[in-house]
Write a protein that binds this ligand. Structure first.
Ligand code: MLT
Length: 397
């Protein structure tokens, strides 16, 4: 029996599992200390009332023979029309017109980031930014693909641009970016779209944080950029938009015009999903459909505003300490330069032990992340204020 030897190329643990284990070990050794976690980007606000009401109604539907639902509709890979329509309307507000058959409901962007690779052969070359959300890298390492890195660093504002000297087949872009919080404007994205079309490459565009964008110069969807329909797939999530990290729902957009090797990727993905996936639960889909209603948008805006305020609190703390950072605006992540030239894991230990605050070491996201550190704005306001107070007291002492 041959196993997948490529697993040997992975780090022993997923980054957030390592961070979580260090936090748990410290907390166990010091149960009297209140350790504040600003590491994994997990939400803390409850679901919006419209979502809860829609889910309750859906639960009631399941209780009656007339309204009970089994598998979702198979013509749309199990997406219910009401949800597909609300997603189409949210795109229309960004000036993007999509067909219902271009939207595939998923259990989240993270799963589809990995699953989508079923469409591509193992001998493709993949271009990922460095630093990078580890899922892009690890899923391709597991499949044995060749991986190239696009350097993101302070000199390019952590927003690498395409280089025609680099030949890539699959390109990952996450904007607003995880982990750096940096976000591309439309002109910069157009450079990537033109490059991908020239190369015959496919862009996998992770838009999980698009709802944090407030600057009108920044794109919320790659399909706002001309030419994207022939080269891009967009991965979206309700997790950060509407607090669905535990509920699980997302959507992937595969345009009809996207053709590679004579095959229509939209049809390939439909075939893949109907074979390997049975859809997202009716109750979850009804909750998600409520998010992009007028009232839903108003309610999620309140939650997004809460996290933006946390980002402001962290940014002001760093400004006061004279620490360099990106993100915090148009993004829930703050990517800071470790003070005193410390390495990322050294700063992690220093903060954990002396301020009882946990963040994510930048080096966990790649070589270029060494010397940087990520804080998330998804905590509670109370914890965010307290963490900043402790960080300021420690670094000023
Ligand atoms: C993160 O902290 O980077 C994210 O929460 C991870 C994810 O969304 O999977």
């Amino acid at each position: 029996m041959n196993i997948n030897e490529h697993f040997k190329e992975l780090k022993e643990n997923y980054l957030f599992a390592t961070v979580g284990a260090k936090f748990a070990a410290y907390q166990k050794a010091h149960p009297e200390r209140k350790v504040i976690k600003l590491s994994i980007g997990d939400v803390t606000r409850p679901l919006a009332p419209v979502v809860i009401e829609a889910m309750h109604r859906a639960v009631d539907d399941m209780a009656h023979r007339e309204t009970f639902k089994g598998y979702g509709p198979d013509q749309t890979c199990y997406g219910y029309d009401v949800l597909l329509d609300s997603i189409r309307n949210s795109y229309a507000r960004k000036g993007v017109s999509l067909g219902a058959d271009e939207i595939f409901i998923s259990d989240g962007a993270k799963s589809d980031c990995g699953n989508i690779l079923d469409l591509f052969s193992a001998d493709n070359t993949v271009l990922v930014p460095d630093p990078v959300y580890p899922v892009y890298l690890d899923t391709n390492l597991m499949a044995g693909r060749r991986i190239l890195f696009a350097d993101a660093n302070a000199s390019n504002g952590f927003l690498p641009l395409p280089d025609d000297g680099v030949r890539a087949d699959i390109i990952y872009i996450c904007s607003p970016n995880n982990p750096t919080g940096a976000a591309y404007n439309r002109e910069q994205l157009k450079l990537w779209v033109d490059y991908a079309n020239r190369m015959g490459a496919v862009i996998l565009y992770d838009a999980a944080y698009e709802y944090f964008v407030t600057d009108p110069a920044l794109a919320r969807s790659i399909f706002e950029v001309e030419g994207a329909r022939t080269c891009a797939i967009e991965l979206c999530s309700y997790s950060k938009t509407a607090g669905f990290t535990g509920v699980r729902c997302g959507y992937t957009v595969v345009p009809r015009e996207l053709v590679r090797g004579g095959m229509r990727l939209n049809r390939m993905w439909a075939r893949r999903q109907s074979t390997k996936f049975n859809g997202v639960s009716y109750i979850t889909q009804m909750g998600a459909a409520a998010v992009f209603t007028e009232e839903g948008e108003r309610q999620i805006a309140e939650n997004l505003g809460y996290y933006r305020n946390n980002a402001r609190i962290i940014s002001e703390c760093l400004d006061g300490l004279g620490i360099w950072y990106t993100g915090g605006k148009n993004s829930p992540y703050i990517w800071l330069k470790c003070p005193g030239g410390m390495e990322s894991w050294a700063f992690f230990d220093y903060l954990l032990e002396n301020a009882n605050v946990v963040g994510t070491p930048g080096s966990g996201f790649g070589r270029n992340g060494e010397g940087y550190f990520r804080l998330t704005a998804f905590g509670t306001e109370e914890n965010t204020r307290e963490a900043c107070r402790r960080i300021a007291a420690l670094l000023q002492s």
